[in-house]
Design a protein around this ligand. Structure first.
Ligand code: NAP
Length: 265
C-alpha cells in the first residue's frame, strides 16, 4: 500500500489528506494519506508504528516540527537551515527530514506575482514557521528583512544565529513592500501588537488561511495595505513540494487551489 500521513496535534482540521488525494488523482498515483493525532513527545513511537504498517512518508505539523527535526537520521540542507522538519521520507532504515514550508511560500508569492527581488520585508514571528521561511526569502534576493517577535529576545537570539547582514530589528520609520504574519496570533483571533503604520502600501500575507486569517487581513486593509493574501496557497504549494519529494513529480496546483478556495469562501 502506498501509505502516507500527516502527524500533528490537533490534526482533525488538516486539509493535507484532501490535497494529496487530489494530487494523486491528477497524476494517476494510487495512495492512502491519513491524519494521525500525535501528542507532543510521542512522534518517535508514532513514526515507528507507521513504518511497521508500511508508511512511506509523512508530513509533520504543529507542534511536532522540532521533534521531527531531532528524529530525522538525515536532513536536507533546507531542513538543516530551518531547524525544523515538515516532511519525512522512510527508506532503507533511514528517516530523511525535509522542510517544504519556505518553498511553498515563495512559490505562492510568485503565483500572486508579488516581487521579492530587492523587496523590503517585515516578518512577524520567530517560531517554527518563521524559521522555515526565512532562508528561502533571503535566497529570493530581498533587500532586507525586519523581524519582529512578541518575545523580542527569541528573535534577537535567532537573528544572531543566522547572521545575515540583511536582517535587522524594526525601526520606527521603516516602510515595507511586504509584511508576512508568521505568528500564531490569528489562531487565537488576536492581532500581533505592531504599529498600524507598518501596513501602509504593503502587500500583507498571513500564513493562516480562510476565515481564521480574516481579522488580521481586514485590519491590514483598513490600515492601508495595498493587497492582502492568506496562506492557503502556501499550504497547497508546500504539499506539492512534499508530493514531489515522495513521488518524483510536482503536481499542478491550479485545480486544488480553486476547489479549496471555493470551500473556504
Ligand atoms: P509556533 O512555532 O508555535 O510559533 C508561534 C509564533 O507566534 C511565535 O513567534 C509566537 O511568539 C507568536 N505568537 C503566538 N501568539 C501570538 C500573539 N497572540 N501575538 C503575537 N505573536 C504571537 O507556531 P508556527 O509553527 O510558527 O506557526 C505559526 C503560524 O503559521 C500558525 O498560524 C500556523 O498555522 C501557520 N502556518 C501556516 C502554514 C501554511 O502552509 N499556510 C505552514 C506553517 C505554519 P513568542 O515567541 O512570543 O511565543
Amino acid at each position: 500500500m502506498n501509505l502516507y500521513a500527516v502527524f500533528g496535534y490537533p490534526i482533525e482540521h488538516s486539509l493535507s489528506p484532501r490535497i494529496h488525494a487530489q494530487f494523486g488523482r491528477q497524476l494517476g498515483i494510487t495512495l492512502v494519506y491519513e491524519r494521525r493525532a500525535v501528542p507532543p513527545g510521542s512522534l518517535a513511537q508514532a513514526v515507528e508504528r507507521f513504518r511497521e504498517e508500511g508508511g512511506r512518508g509523512a508530513n509533520v505539523t504543529v507542534p511536532l516540527k522540532g521533534e521531527a527535526y531531532a528524529l530525522a537520521s538525515m536532513r536536507t540542507p533546507r531542513a538543516e537551515r530551518a531547524g525544523a522538519v515538515n516532511t519525512l521520507s522512510f527508506a532503507d532504515g533511514a528517516i530523511l527530514g525535509d522542510n517544504t514550508d519556505g518553498d511553498g511560500l515563495v512559490v505562492d508569492l510568485a503565483y500572486h506575482q508579488v516581487p521579492l527581488s530587492a523587496a523590503r520585508l517585515l516578518l512577524l514571528g520567530a517560531g517554527g514557521a518563521a524559521q522555515g521561511i526565512l532562508g528561502p526569502l533571503l535566497d529570493a534576493g530581498v533587500e532586507r528583512i525586519a523581524v519582529w517577535n512578541r518575545t523580542p529576545g527569541r528573535a534577537q537570539e535567532w537573528l544572531a544565529r543566522v547572521g545575515d547582514a540583511r536582517l535587522h530589528r524594526p525601526a520606527a520609520d521603516d516602510s515595507y513592500d511586504l509584511v508576512i504574519n508568521a505568528t500564531a496570533a490569528s489562531l487565537g483571533h488576536a492581532l500581533p501588537p505592531v504599529p498600524d503604520t507598518v501596513f501602509r502600501d504593503a502587500v500583507v500575507y498571513d500564513l493562516a488561511y480562510g476565515p481564521i486569517a480574516g481579522r488580521f487581513l481586514a485590519h491590514a486593509r483598513a490600515q492601508g495595505a495595498s493587497r492582502v493574501l492568506d496562506g492557503l496557497g502556501m499550504l497547497i504549494e508546500q504539499a506539492a513540494s512534499a508530493f514531489c519529494v515522495w513521488h518524483g513529480v510536482r503536481p499542478d496546483t491550479a485545480g486544488v487551489r480553486a476547489l479549496l478556495r471555493d470551500e473556504l469562501a
